[in-house]
Design a protein around this ligand. Structure first.
Ligand code: ADP
Length: 198
């Protein structure tokens, strides 16, 4: 299955994507994690990305697209993947489509975690206290939410038009959210089931 999990910072994408990885057996590809690993090991990519990340800005499309193309070219993603944090810009959407299209592939579904803004702020503030992530300070958190609203939220319409979007409430316990996600995906996998359970 080829999935793209979307949602604002703090919605719980990373947590849920890891669970889906275990349940579906498809690798979880988080661009944020890959960038952070590059920053930690001081690669050229990490050095180039760090300034943007620390400010809560998106890393330029060129760097991000190249990194994802390389990751998606590895053999472990042939049977499927769970993309988390990419694409986030209109340009990245086009690049991903081009990449998949050339290989005769397409996304199967785009689950999106929906969480009220106040809850997001609470969660991100709590995470800031324990994560030590340079981009989890209050100012940067606000900025990341703004950047998401401006650049990434509009992309949801596109996936909605393509009937790929599956909006799932991201509130409640992590298990509740996983259950909802799984139900939404189940409907994607087997439309016959949807007909019988409707
Ligand atoms: P968030 O909690 O904001 O969703 P992530 O761990 O997904 O955090 O990403 C952390 C940072 O990594 C982003 O703020 C951005 O600087 C960079 N990043 C991750 N994915 C992308 C992307 N697709 N395009 C550009 N920058 C990205």
């Amino acid at each position: 299955m080829r999935l793209l999990i979307m949602g604002p910072p703090g919605a719980g994408k990373g947590t849920q994507a890891l669970r889906l990885q275990q349940l579906l057996g498809a690798p979880h590809i988080s661009t944020g994690d890959i960038f952070r690993a590059n920053v930690a090991s001081e690669t050229d990519l990490g050095r180039a990305a760090q300034g943007f990340m620390d400010k809560g800005e998106y890393v330029p499309d060129e760097l991000t697209n190249a990194m994802v193309s390389e990751r998606l070219s590895q053999p472990d993603v042939e049977a499927g993947f769970i993309l988390d944090g990419y694409p986030r810009t209109a340009e990245q959407v086009l690049r991903l489509e081009d990449f998949l299209g050339r290989r005769g592939l397409a996304l199967d579904a785009v689950p999106c975690l929906v969480v009220p803004r106040d809850d997001l702020l609470d969660r991100l503030t709590a995470r800031a206290a324990e994560s030590g992530r340079a981009d989890d300070t209050a100012d940067v958190v606000m900025h990341r939410l703004d950047v998401y609203d401006r650049q990434t939220a509009p992309l949801l319409d596109l996936y909605r038009e393509r009937r790929l979007l599956r909006e799932v409430p991201g509130t409640g316990s992590p298990d509740d959210v996983t259950r909802r996600l799984f139900e939404a995906l189940h409907r994607t996998v087997d439309p016959a089931d949807e007909a019988t359970s409707a």
